[in-house]
Design a protein around this ligand. Structure first.
Ligand code: UD1
Length: 431
């Protein structure tokens, strides 16, 4: 298994190109199942989750081709993938595939909407507490599907097609909103989603669906209306930049000090996190080209944070922010309101010498000035990158194990950080 070796202490200086967003790429790719025409996605990140989803979708009958590198194109430029589901050959999504990536459960919506049936394994994925799918199933049921659970599989049926309905989400759910949008796009009549997720990735999916011919009003708001259409067509769409990747590197630069330009990052997707970073003493300049993040070596100020659905502070940046707070000159409280048990990074951060106490859904971080390099291991995607951030600022050498978590969500991490002066290298198995 690969490991990443980091010798901490170098400030980050330079430009980091921000890749296409993983959490947008996945639903956009799944939406290709809704039509027999070609959906072309540009700026897809080169990530293990994207490659795996391509394989999963091809199992259902999606043909795909990937454009090669073009003249003058940077090594890190996103990929262009053409996806065509001329015919759905299999409406079963097996356990072996869905258990490897939670989001692939979302295929239930296009399969059901287009074929009138789907048999999809209950998901696996990141080990961050219990992550139920009850609200996704509620949405399908409201649209007229019958749902049964059989031997670990969700069996969804709507032989006469889906029908528009009012769907009230008791809790904001990104996956639930994606699934409801895709299913309602091909339902008969009008669907109204209440308390829909407003994450930029939801808006990106809506944009693609509209290009495919869907009739959607209120995109990006918490009430969305969808008039179903009989068929959707092909479209071309560019995946939006990854706000979580951008926020992660912003925290890394705040942690090490230095001056980093996050090329392509958009402030409006990250405002809550940027506001918090400013309070920690980090300087931020936003422009149409990206975000410049600077800290000149002055103290990192402690700030309390609570995660919340967009436009609040993202749960996917909670672990990274905690790493930053371990070096603040005071005590901060970090409260996780979205996922239970999303504090698995705490015990690993402690290995660097961080002082963190858990108090229900909060972590109390007693900042201290010096972290010491250590061997560490992570259990999920965002937790593992928080360890990388801590290691960049720790004295001496750290070894981050289980790098496959990082490869699921961070494209060319060691190259991007290495170019900005970090002492970081990947050691391949046995290396
Ligand atoms: C997506 C993101 C993930 C992010 C999360 C919250 C992708 C691929 N993943 O995950 O990175 O951390 O949004 O921003 O886009 N819930 C239920 N029942 C359900 C569905 C969800 O109770 O049927 C709960 C969850 O347990 C959680 C909350 O709702 O407490 C939000 O989850 P949700 O927004 O659905 O997360 P995902 O879409 O899985």
């Amino acid at each position: 298994m690969d490991r990443i070796r980091i010798v901490g202490g170098n400030p980050l200086n330079g430009t980091i190109p921000i890749s296409g967003a993983k959490n947008a790429a996945l639903p956009l790719m799944i939406a290709s199942l809704l039509t027999d025409r070609t959906v072309t996605l540009e700026n897809l990140p080169r990530l293990a989750d994207v490659s795996l989803l391509v394989r999963i979708l091809s199992h259902h009958g999606v043909d795909y081709s990937i454009d090669g590198r073009r003249q003058g194109e940077e090594q890190d430029a996103g990929q262009t993938v053409h996806m065509t589901a001329r015919e759905i050959v299999d409406t079963v999504a097996p356990y072996e595939l869905v258990s490897r990536m939670r989001a692939s459960f979302w295929v239930v919506a296009p399969l059901l909407a287009r074929c009138g049936e789907a048999r999809v394994s209950l998901p696996g994925g990141c080990a961050i507490g219990t992550r139920p799918v009850d609200l996704l199933l509620m949405a399908m049921e409201r649209l007229g599907a019958s749902i049964e659970i059989d031997a670990g599989y969700v069996v969804a049926k709507a032989p006469k097609g889906l029908r528009g309905a009012e769907i009230n989400f008791p809790k904001v759910t990104v996956g639930g909103t994606h699934v409801a949008l895709m299913a309602a796009a091909l339902a008969q009549g009008t669907t109204v989603l209440h308390n829909a997720a407003r994450e930029p990735e939801v808006l990106d999916l809506t944009d693609l669906l509209v290009k495919m011919g869907a009739k959607i009003r209120g995109a990006g708001q918490s009430t969305i209306e969808i008039d179903g259409v009989a068929r959707l067509g092909g479209a071309k769409h560019r995946v939006l930049p990854d706000r979580i990747e951008a926020g992660t590197y912003a925290m890394a630069a705040a942690m090490t000090g230095g001056d980093v330009f996050l090329q392509g990052a958009r402030a409006e997707h990250l405002q809550a996190a940027l506001d918090i970073l400013i309070q920690t003493g980090t300087q931020i300049d936003a422009s149409d080209e990206g975000l410049r993040i600077r800290r000149d070596g002055g103290a990192i100020l402690p700030v309390d944070v609570a995660t919340a659905p967009f436009p609040g502070f993202p749960t996917d940046l909670q672990a990274q922010f905690m790493a930053l707070m371990t070096r603040a000159n005071g005590v901060s409280r970090i409260t996780e309101t979205i996922f239970e048990n999303r504090f698995m990074h705490v015990q690993e951060l402690a290995r660097f010498g961080a002082r963190i106490k858990l108090d229900g859904d909060s972590a109390i971080v007693e900042g201290r000035r010096v972290l010491k390099g250590a061997p560490v291991m992570a259990t999920d995607l965002r937790a593992s990158v928080s360890l990388v951030i801590a290691a960049l600022a720790a004295e001496g050498e750290s070894m981050v194990q289980r790098v496959y978590h990082l490869d699921r969500g961070f494209e060319a991490l060691e190259r991007k950080l290495g170019r900005c002066g970090a002492d970081i290298e990947r050691l391949s198995s046995g290396g």
